[in-house]
Design a protein around this ligand. Sequence first.
Ligand code: SF4
Length: 443
Amino acid sequence: MKSVIRKTPKVGFVSLGCPKALVDSERILTRLRAEGYEVAATYRAADLVIVNTCGFIDAAVDESLDAIGEALAENGKVIVTGCLGAQPQKILDKHPQVLKITGPQRYEEVVASVHEYLPPKHEPFLDLIPAQGVKLTPRHYAYLKISEGCNHRCSFCIIPSMRGRLLSRPIGEVLREAEQLVRAGVKEILVISQDTSAYGVDLKYAAQSWRGIERRARFYDLADALGELGVWIRLHYVYPYPHVDKVIDLMAQGRVLPYLDIPFQHASARILKLMKRPAAAEDTLERIAAWRQIVPDITIRSTFIVGFPGETAADFEELLAWLRVAQLDRVGCFEYSPVEGAAANSLRQESVPPEVKRERRERFMELAAEISAQRLKQKIGREMQVLIDRIDGDIAIARSACDAPEIDGNVRIRGARGLTVGQWADVRISNAGAYDLEAKLAG
Ligand code: SF4
């Protein structure tokens, strides 16, 4: 009997949106690779294309719809998943020919749809999965998603209605995944979720054993346990609840990076209330000052929204004054744009004209750049450990503890011959710009 050799099925993948969506993409790809699928580098080389969409703001919706259109034009067979998948009609209105639409975190459904339109070549062999899963990030850093969903109801955000309430992963599972990542060569773990500091609330902090010790599913316990792994642990999307203070002690002990990503979004109490932000009543300036007392080198990153409905000139000046005192190291700023289905649309507040929003954003970013430049200047002459992300000729592009990948600055090292991607290096800072540093190898 003649055996029939089928060609390996190839899947194209377009991943849009935030790091949380990236983790979803990685999970889908891990599973498909385990089942013998290959990942195609171009639309043409793929047998079908999966588009993982974002639906957070209108601009992201447009970008997602364009990406679906491009995949349809170039390939023709398209499966859509991700946040925008929670609003299928929006997709079908523009692209009725897509094969299937699933919402966020529907890994099983996405994989089942792929099976339907592009059957797998053979049964899964677990050893086809690289030890760390398929990572879309370079292999020396990886995102670790600890929960899905969110229990808050910020008025500008539709994530809870798209992704549901907080659903934490059991602590044993999270720690085992982290351990496996480290074994596979990952040097930096970026902890992500919609609300990292709320981790485990839904599990009633249920304990599980890891390395022979009972660990509770609690933000502090998780950070403490991750600190045992001997790699960089970076905490994202943390809200300034009082219990976060304890994690600052772990930073002082060097167990987790002295880095906190806290989306403050605004500083005016009135606007924060309209936004329905978690921990809005906290005295954030006092907290930041206290954290810097304990860990003077802590890097605080945050994002802000200007031009929220009802934001007056006085509210905006209050935000600028707050930033001047807070001296945040890393800052991003968005002009408010209404999202369909968000509670903020019915606040009955006066909307801020587009040119005012733009001007406020520019003024805010100017001040942020000034602060960043001053803070980076203070690092000149200091020695620090960096992680090499890229080599460009004889320049290595690296990051220090102060820089998360993609969103923060870089450390450029000249005369980097002999350095390799994913390696740690000790450098001395020689120069500073508004966001980036220059360095030479120490010693
Ligand atoms: S904390 Fe607020 S902004 Fe963040 S996901 Fe939850 S509701 Fe949305």
